[in-house]
Design a protein around this ligand. Structure first.
Ligand code: SF4
Length: 375
């Protein structure tokens, strides 16, 4: 999907995985790598949860997870599913009845570890409910909650223990002839998570859900996630991901997309290329980029914009972007359109002008692709 014959150093060969469906969203195979987040509202509060899901979906979330710790939550889930614009994964931890209720409520996927459900009869009941209601399952192994026997065997959480746990859960689903599953082996330690995911990728063809769990706050968690998941994605590992931040779910979605955009694995919205600014800048680059990021949030069309402080790098960057602005002298700069120098624009009007130019270019790109699709 990211094969680039002209720039082969950008190629990423994705691991070949089976494809499953999470509601209407394909995960695995050659499907786009989907971005997930999780709500942090009280799940029994339908209005608040739906509002948060809608904001996450608007930011680009393909799938949203909702935790269903009690019956009030699984009851509310029915309405949440009905009003959600994206498929909902129900997060179940201990009680098998919540899993059955969530499947009945219309969850597209259950996040549950079959090995933790309890006796064989309960496992069979949950899998039957998933089959009857068209739910997939995500096995979610976490270094913080590994089974006791594995901790005893390995002494401490480690990549091999995470993978062994995951493969044990997989076996249970396969023994029940259930194959619509994906799997994660998360750890907050980047080294452990990366090693576990690499081993997992060799051990199964199931679609892989990436995550560095409990990554931290917005800045530190973003960096950790970008290093951990970025490396795995670069190796071709990962079919869906969630960035776990102690921050608004919308931020998780934005970071997830930025990671995928940096690797050319997904394209959405305006990719702003901007310089850090220095004494040479012909306008206030930082304030301008902040303003443009906000004003261009509504653009979903994949496109690029370069905002460069001066002619040192401005013309070169503008050659490769849809719209560009390079600072010059005397309170104005140069606007570039489709990689070509176009016209001068005064600094005090450039934000409005660039927003208009980007909106126009987005419309052109959309109509070009609509025309291509119609051919
Ligand atoms: S492009 Fe110009 S203004 Fe921006 S950092 Fe480089 S030299 Fe400074």
């Amino acid at each position: 999907m990211s094969h680039n014959p002209i720039r082969p150093w950008r190629n990423i060969d994705r691991r070949k995985s089976r494809q499953i469906m999470v509601g209407s969203v394909p995960v695995g195979g050659d499907a786009p790598i989907s971005v997930q987040t999780m709500t942090n509202t009280d799940s029994s509060d339908v209005a608040a949860t739906v509002a948060q899901i809608q904001r996450a979906a608007e930011a680009g979330a393909d799938i949203v997870r909702v935790s269903t710790p009690d019956q009030a939550a699984t009851t509310a889930l029915k309405e949440i599913v009905r009003e959600s614009p994206v498929p909902i994964v129900a997060d179940i931890h201990f009680h098998y009845k919540r899993a059955i209720e969530a499947a009945e409520a219309g969850a597209a996927c259950l996040r549950i570890n079959p090995g933790n459900i309890g006796d064989e009869k309960r496992v069979a009941e949950v899998i039957r409910a998933a089959k009857d209601h068209g739910c997939s399952i995500r096995i979610g192994v976490n270094a913080g909650s590994l089974e006791k026997h594995l901790l005893e065997k390995y002494g401490e959480p480690c990549p091999a223990a995470l993978v062994e746990s995951g493969m044990d859960h997989i076996r249970i689903l396969q023994d029940h002839d259930f194959h619509e599953f994906k799997i994660s082996v998360k750890a907050s330690d980047v080294f452990m998570a990366a090693a576990a995911y690499q081993q997992l990728a060799d051990a199964t063809d199931a679609p892989i859900h990436l995550g560095i769990t409990e990554a931290g706050g917005l800045t530190s968690g973003t960096i950790k996630s970008a290093i951990g998941m970025g490396n795995l994605l670069w190796m071709g590992i990962g079919d869906t991901l969630r960035v776990s931040l102690s921050a608004d779910p919308v931020e998780e979605v934005k970071v997830g997309f930025e990671i995928l955009k940096s690797l050319g694995l997904r394209h959405r919205g305006v990719n702003i290329i901007s310089c850090p600014s220095c004494a040479r800048q012909g306008f206030d680059v930082i304030k301008t980029v902040e303003a443009l990021e906000q004003r261009l949030e509504h653009i979903k069309t994949p496109m690029s914009l370069s905002i460069i402080g001066c002619v040192v790098n401005g013309p070169g960057e503008a050659l490769m972007t849809d719209v560009g602005f390079t600072g010059g002298g005397a309170g104005s700069g140069m606007v570039y359109l489709a990689g070509k120098q176009s016209h001068k624009m005064s600094n005090d009007q450039m934000v409005d002008h660039i927003v208009e130019a980007v909106e126009k270019r987005a419309e052109e790109i959309e109509s070009e692709s609509a025309a291509q699709a119609a051919e």
